[in-house]
Write a protein that binds this ligand. Sequence first.
Ligand SMILES: O=C(O)CCC(=O)C(=O)O
Ligand SMILES: [Fe+2]
Length: 355
Amino acid sequence: MASTAGDSWDITDFIVKKGNGVKGLTEMELESLPKQYVQPPEERMDMNSVVGEESIPVIDMSKWDDPKVADSICDAAEKWGFFQVINHGVPIGVLENVKEATHRFFGLPAEEKRKYTKECSPTNNVRYGTSFSPQAERSLEWKDYLSLFYKSENEASAFWPPECKDETLEYMKRSEPVIRQLLEALMRRMNVKEIDQTKASLLMGSKRINLNYYPICPNPELTVGVGRHSDVSTLTFLLQDDVGGLYVRRFDGDGWVHVPPITGSLVINVGDALQIMSNGRYKSVEHRVVANESKNRISVPIFVNPSPSDIIGPLPEVLESGEKAVYKQVLYSDYVKHFFRKAHDGKKTVDFAKI
Ligand SMILES: O=C(O)CCC(=O)C(=O)O
Ligand SMILES: [Fe+2]
């Protein structure tokens, strides 16, 4: 079956409905990539477009009282839309535990993981799946995920998988002060003096944590781990392991830069919601993940989002000086629905909010 897998049987049923995921496919010792994963050439990563001598800023947060640190965060959010932080205060043990828990979850047999698929999960807030939006995609992405939408401690206790619940909750809790620090700094530059209740809801009213698993791939150059996209979040906090493979579009649009794994660091990126609220000053930037021939990779993003029921648009403080709004007011849940209705498509989701 190995070499013809994907031609003679229903691969979608196997990976999506039966809960085997891409990981289940790789366990069948495929010799080549099933055709469903072959991406059109323009969506594959062209290694000639990688700019080797540059990368996103790495910012040391240990000297937080020095205003230069906040400045460099705002500069990075304006120019690159992506940066890494070190000495951020989240203990390294907490990060290691999340990585271990991620491996533990994906190491479960398919029957166990299947309990969390769209068909079987007792709640919409816990979802195990594969690729991005398999029903909307022409080619699949080489990735499995567990996506956990945070409602409350009680809800998480009841429904999140026991293999990773405590570790992911702890990671979310310990990252809270860093999230606040970064948002406060970013808001100060936008003339927002204080994050009151309304602003807190707009900036960080809901959170989602994803556990991503990218299994070893027989023909990585023909497919993608994650296709080109920007996040719909306010900010994303990404923990990656030491494998590498995340690429970010260079600020001038020309080429891609690799995000090198740094032990203990967190990769932060601006999402569409913050781009919209800042009226385009902070940039949500396209990024993608390549597949890997020799190593399984994991990553754990926390998406810090507006509340689904919030109406987002350029903040009044940003427009105070007479600046013209380039985005309209949109219901955040509509924006998110629009994102998931289609395959990954670069930065096109933002057009939904353009005036
Ligand atoms: O795995 C990564 O490094 C990035 C994943 C990502 O971009 C996402 O989940 O939105
Ligand atoms: Fe992303």
